[in-house]
Design a protein around this ligand. Structure first.
Ligand SMILES: C[S@@+](CC[C@H](N)C(=O)[O-])C[C@H]1O[C@@H](n2cnc3c(N)ncnc32)[C@H](O)[C@@H]1O
Length: 242
């Protein structure tokens, strides 16, 4: 996705014997070797959450939870209730372990948007979805599912924008993070068309990590990136349901 090159030395977690890596800033949260290790996009979303002030006392949905880092962050900020969903069994197990090890109350469930809407509506939806353009549609439940998002990078983003109105209660807030390569303007358009006031609230430009570097030529050939481009702008979009 972005900077998976910064993976620290793996360490054995004594709770389960699985190979995991520790996570900067959250020393009691672990990433299993086959679960997305929180990085720039995760931290940018955490920053937006802090700055928004919408989490304390709210009913939260963290969609695409991975290690559970966003859900745990929300719980630690004083959310009233936190539900977290992921389609990858490894992520669900990892997030459950992390919720327990951090002493936070997070209901981690296996599933996606259809399952989440059964438990809604929520006051706040948080999401760091897969958004890296890939030459084919994502498949399987392995690690690449954390970033591969189809030719336009919008495989999950489009569903999120279409489903947001039913996931959120009136007056609720969506905070999502995505790359410039997955058409943030389309996200804003879809959300506005679906009854939200939406805007970019944070951005951060980073260098390509291994995934983006391996796709650099294809991104240029398909005119998604400029010739020689090796940086990626990440944005957080906030959408408030009217
Ligand atoms: C970029 S990672 C984000 C992990 C974590 N939220 C973070 O910020 O570090 C995306 C996660 O979405 C999950 N995922 C992919 N497609 C999904 C879908 N349709 N519904 C739910 N989870 C999905 C992947 O398994 C992966 O764990």
């Amino acid at each position: 996705m972005t900077t998976t090159d910064a993976v620290p030395a793996a360490c054995a977690d004594t709770r389960s014997g699985r190979t995991m890596t520790t996570i900067d800033f959250h020393p009691t949260v672990f990433a299993d070797i086959d679960v997305y290790r929180p990085q720039d996009d995760s931290w940018l979303l955490c920053r937006a959450i802090d700055e928004s002030g919408v989490v304390p006392g709210a009913r939260i949905l963290d969609m695409c939870t991975g290690t559970g880092i966003i859900a745990i962050h929300a719980a630690q900020l004083g959310a009233r209730r936190v539900d977290a969903f992921d389609i990858a069994p490894a992520a669900v197990a990892c997030a459950r372990d992390n919720a327990e090890s951090t002493g936070t109350t997070v209901q981690v469930r296996s599933g996606s948007f259809d399952e989440a809407r059964v438990h809604g509506p929520y006051d706040v939806v948080l999401c760091n979805p897969p958004y890296v353009p890939s030459d084919s549609l994502p498949s399987g439940l392995g690690m690449t599912r954390a970033w591969d998002a189809g030719p336009e990078g919008r495989h999950v983003l489009d569903v999120l924008c279409a489903t947001a109105p039913v996931l959120l209660d009136d007056g609720g807030t969506l905070l999502l993070v995505q790359s410039e390569f997955a058409d943030p303007a389309k996200t804003l358009r879809m959300l506005c068309d679906n009854g939200f006031d939406a805007a970019e609230v944070l951005e951060h430009t980073i260098g390509y990590g291994p995934v983006m570097t391996s796709r650099a030529a294809w991104l240029e050939e398909t005119c998604k990136a400029n010739k020689g481009q090796r940086t990626e702008r990440l944005v957080v979009i906030r959408a408030d349901k009217r």
